[in-house]
Design a protein. Structure first.
Length: 170
């Protein structure tokens, strides 16, 4: 199941990418997270991905669901956190992440993806994810369907170290 997901995720992630992108290399599997690396026409890209261990909501159809952390050293961007909900978000709908007793709601949504609003929120998310056991993500689809996805953070720190080492994050 994990390998099938990785293949479908890679296909989805890279269809719209630069034509110079190379096939991603798996840096390793760390618990419930997998770390990847590739080079495109602009340089190195390292990222890590996980699927939720549980997804809830009264929906009839939903695409792939995953969380991603990306480093792009040539663009000087590190720790970029985003989520793919597997459905189009409702315009202006709230998107919330809970890790332990902490709630983060500084996100914007576009299509099926949710992104943090700024670098400070990315850094906060990374810190919380490193120290957490699970992450609960709440969103609302364009049809008004609320969803709740639970991610395991087991292996997060190992995958993070792998992408940081490969893409020279200090």
């Amino acid at each position: 199941m994990k390998k099938k997901f990785a293949l479908s995720l890679l296909t989805a992630c890279f269809i719209s990418m630069n034509v110079y992108a190379a096939k991603p290399e798996v840096l390793g599997e760390y618990g419930d997270w997998t770390a990847y690396y590739y080079k495109d026409g602009r340089g190195s890209v390292c990222y890590m991905v996980s699927r939720p261990v549980k997804d809830e909501g009264k929906y009839s159809k939903r695409g792939d669901i995953y969380a991603v952390v990306t480093h792009r050293p040539n663009d000087k961007t590190f720790d970029v956190v985003n989520f793919d909900a597997g459905y189009a978000f409702k315009n202006g709908a709230a998107f919330t992440v809970k890790i332990g007793h902490n709630t983060v709601n500084s996100f914007f949504t576009e299509g099926e993806k949710a992104w943090t609003l700024n670098d400070e929120t990315d850094k906060k998310m990374i810190t919380l994810m490193k120290g957490g056991e699970r992450m609960i993500v709440d969103g609302v689809s364009s049809k008004g369907t609320p969803t709740k996805d639970t991610y395991s953070l087991k292996g997060f720190t190992g995958a993070y170290k792998a992408i940081s080492a490969k893409c020279k994050k200090k």
